[in-house]
Ligand binder design. Structure first.
Ligand code: HEC
Length: 102
């Protein structure tokens, strides 16, 4: 029984360490994203919901178009965690008086 408790504690602390490492990576990715604004706003990024493969392709495309990504691993972790295809879609933005389509 005691062995089981020790094992459970070891598993719990290992997974919280992993969580901290992930959080640091994602923070780094968020900083890297700020470097994308040379050509467009961050809104164009945050309005996407893509799978990991989708984000890999998107970054490949941005690199082909001239984007210089320094910390791709962190950026990928951030994009997938924040704008992955499992995340809810953002609210659509309306015109100031919301009457443009009337
Ligand atoms: C060299 C210029 C340039 C840089 C730097 C750049 N992009 Fe783009 N990106 C573009 C252009 C051009 C478009 C198309 C804009 C449009 O359709 O209005 C675009 C569009 C996008 C889109 C919308 C989907 C699409 O493919 O049209 C996403 C998402 C995106 N960029 C992500 C990024 C990310 C993430 C970075 C930072 C790593 C980045 N971009 C940096 C040029 C750039």
């Amino acid at each position: 029984m005691r062995r089981l408790i020790v094992l459970a504690a070891a598993v719990a602390s290992a997974s919280s360490l992993l969580g901290a490492a992930d959080a640091a990576l994602i923070e780094r990715g968020k900083a890297e994203e700020k470097r994308c604004v040379g050509c467009h706003s961050l809104t164009i990024i945050g309005s996407q919901r893509l799978s990991k493969t989708g984000w890999e392709r998107e970054l490949d495309k941005m690199v082909r178009w001239g984007s210089d990504i320094k910390d791709r691993e962190a950026l990928m972790a951030y994009l997938v965690a924040t704008y992955g295809d499992g995340k809810p879609m953002p609210k659509p933005t309306l015109s100031a008086d919301a009457s443009a389509s009337k």
